[in-house]
Design a protein around this ligand. Structure first.
Ligand SMILES: O=C(O)CCC(=O)C(=O)O
Ligand SMILES: [Fe+2]
Length: 307
């Protein structure tokens, strides 16, 4: 089945029918005024080629740090003889309080060439935290896993779900991506002991009940399209051609119970360090899982009373 494609969806409808109802959607008219020329490989290479970037395998294992131009030269515009790319460039903005090869400067110089998609909420967020009527526009602020994804034809992000029950938004600027989506109800079929099945080459000894199910959606994302991977949905993404995308994650206030349950059930989750970075100033760096939960409950109980 293909993911429903919509236009002119209001933010309220997006929140109710996709964030709260936890259903994927592709919005096809939110990038129309963006300057897509600035997100083509030629421009990106010219402007940012000398920056060192993060190169991964088909999961999230960092393979190497190298200049972006080196990645593009080796992985884009490959001939048939050279074959498919196996390396994936995920260049994230700052995710924690350490010096690293972050993409903050690159995002800063791209910020006038795109904008907050009109339907994606930038207020009433639990992560990154917003207060009162504060708005955090994606072009101005860092979000968890805000990244520029540059990936040669054939490179892939194997099946996974995103951290701490966050939603991901993926904007496709250049090239196409094929993907499979499995709903959260398929967790027992696609996961075993923290590992995810390789949906294209499943090990049925390790994931025997994978053969009982099929994906919920299979589709191709094209330039100008924005997809929501909702909280807890498993996604497997392969570049059908050389590709450039931007992605980020967030948790809306209306998903607070899901978030708090996740923290309660996974107090040792190493991703909580990243979550804490995006509520910094409001909880201490050393806050326990319980303290994070109580911070969220208080914060949103108070804002409901003043609403
Ligand atoms: O585009 C990809 O390769 C993966 C995207 C993804 O996993 C995400 O946006 O959460
Ligand atoms: Fe993801």
């Amino acid at each position: 089945m293909k993911v429903p494609r919509v236009k002119s969806i209001t933010e309220e409808k997006f929140i109710e029918e996709h964030i709260v109802s936890n259903k994927p959607v592709i919005v096809t008219d939110a990038m129309e005024n963006w300057d897509l020329e600035k997100f083509k490989p030629e421009y990106i290479k010219k402007e940012f080629g000398h920056h060192k970037v993060q190169v991964y395998n088909d999961l999230f294992d960092l393979q190497t740090i190298q200049p972006l131009e080196k990645y593009i030269d080796a992985n884009f515009f490959r001939s048939e003889k050279e074959g498919l790319s196996k390396q994936y460039m995920r260049w994230y903005t700052k995710l924690k309080e350490v010096d690293f090869y972050w993409s903050d400067k690159a995002f800063d110089s791209l910020k006038n060439f795109w904008s907050q998609p009109y339907f994606v909420p930038s207020t009433s967020l639990a992560v990154p935290s917003t207060k009162g009527s504060d708005s955090k526009s994606i072009t101005e602020y860092n979000y968890p896993y805000k990244g520029l994804f540059i990936s040669g034809k054939g490179s892939r992000t194997r099946l996974h779900k995103d951290p701490f029950m966050s939603n991901a938004v993926l904007c496709q600027f250049y090239g196409q991506k094929h993907f499979y989506l499995y709903g959260p109800d398929k967790q027992k079929n696609v996961m075993n002991n923290g590992d995810f099945v390789d949906v294209k080459n499943p090990d049925l000894n390790k994931f025997p009940s994978f053969s009982d199910i099929t994906h919920d959606y299979e589709d191709v994302l094209s330039p100008g399209e924005i997809i929501l991977f909702p909280s807890g949905w498993f996604h497997d993404v392969t570049c059908v051609s050389d590709s450039i995308s931007i992605t980020w994650n967030f948790v809306h206030a209306k998903q607070l119970e899901t978030l708090c349950n996740h923290i309660k059930n996974n107090p040792e989750d190493d991703q909580l360090e990243i979550l804490k970075y995006f509520i910094k100033g409001e909880v201490s760096d050393t806050a326990s899982a319980e303290e994070i939960i109580s911070y969220f409950r208080k914060k949103f109980a108070a804002s409901e009373m003043t609403a």
